[in-house]
Write a protein that binds this ligand. Structure first.
Ligand code: PHE
Length: 329
């Protein structure tokens, strides 16, 4: 089709009016300005124009080229702006994948242990992580200069304030608050100046304390055995109690469980020392108590078959994500 140069601008305007896609606009551009486009055709017809008119016709075509190019470019801009706008408002864009967080394995184990002991009537009790000598040692029957203090590599702030080395300090707070009878469970962070693949300077313990009339060592053994059966969901697990020493319990013991053919120490326990009861004005002739303290990381390592304690504190997302499915357990 032969197109007159005077019609070209109007024709292009018509085409642009109905165009709303970049792809179509590219085609329009090549139809008008491309190698085989209308304008190129007109330029190539220059040679047929009588020489006296050629110059003015040539400059008319050049003007036309500028006009067409401008029209097309501004249409490109317009489409681009529309795209930006619709980007902002596109309600059909699929929602971003929503990632659920998960509880830390230490929290999961704390919950699991709390759940088991709440079945035995134990209530969770909190205590401070910054303690005084009195609560961490003295009231637990560990006097000044007692060699038992060396069992704990303590972080001191000054001669009186320290980071608690065990959750046993919460035994004292709980008995001062509630007196006897009571059953409390105290999970929390504890601190010792120690760090290697099996020791971290901060770790978690759960303390258990039951004070009542007629509490005996057999109550302690039954309670802890039953807890182990429930925690590992097996009654077949073998346990044993070895005599041990803690200044705040008498007698004291350590409990081992058989795991993969080996005895593994899992907690310390004993009958609350009468001096400890006296320190909080509970009459040891009327009341007796059982107490235990266990390392939560140890239980988490056993429950989830984790070999290096340090992974609990590195917060590597790949490690933590594995516990997502256990959110409700
Ligand atoms: N506090 C002891 C420890 O940290 C554990 C323990 C608690 C022992 C209660 C007996 C009774 O090792």
């Amino acid at each position: 089709m032969k197109i007159n140069h005077t019609d070209l601008e109007a024709l292009l305007k018509q085409d642009l009016e109905t165009c709303n896609k970049e792809h179509d606009l590219q085609q329009i551009k090549s139809r008008y300005l491309g190698k085989k486009g209308h304008l190129t055709n007109l330029f190539s017809s220059l040679k047929d124009i009588p020489s006296e008119n050629r110059k003015s016709y040539g400059s008319e075509l050049n003007n036309l080229k500028q006009i067409l190019t401008k029209l097309i470019n501004s249409k490109f801009e317009e489409l681009d702006n529309n795209k930006e706008k619709s980007k902002r408002l596109d309600l059909d864009v699929p929602a971003r994948h929503h990632q659920f967080g998960s509880h830390h394995p230490i929290s999961l184990v704390i919950r699991r242990i709390e759940k088991i002991f709440s079945g035995f009537g134990f209530e969770t009790h909190d205590g401070p992580e910054i303690e005084t000598e009195h609560y961490n040692f003295k009231s637990l029957n560990i006097p000044d200069n007692h060699p038992a203090r060396d069992m704990h590599d303590t972080f001191y702030f000054d001669s009186d304030l320290l980071l608690r080395t065990h959750t046993s300090s919460v035994q004292i707070h709980a008995m001062e608050h509630m007196s006897a009878p009571l059953r409390v469970l105290a999970p929390g962070r504890v601190y010792r100046c120690d760090s290697d693949p099996t020791h971290s300077p901060m770790f978690h313990q759960i303390e258990g304390l039951c004070v009542d009339t007629d509490i005996s060592f057999s109550n302690l053994k039954w309670l802890l055995n039953d807890f182990i059966y429930k925690f590992f969901q097996s009654k077949k697990i073998k346990t044993r109690f070895r005599p041990s020493y803690f200044p705040f319990t008498e007698p004291s013991a350590e409990m081992d469980i058989m795991f993969n053919g080996k005895w593994l120490e899992v907690l310390g326990c004993g009958m609350v020392h009468p001096n400890v009861l006296k320190n909080v004005n509970i009459d040891p002739k009327k009341y007796s108590g059982l107490a235990f303290g266990l390392g939560i990381e140890r239980f988490a390592m056993l429950a989830y078959q984790i070999k290096d304690l340090r992974v609990f504190f590195e917060n590597d997302i790949n490690f933590l994500e594995q516990f997502e499915s256990l959110r409700e357990s």
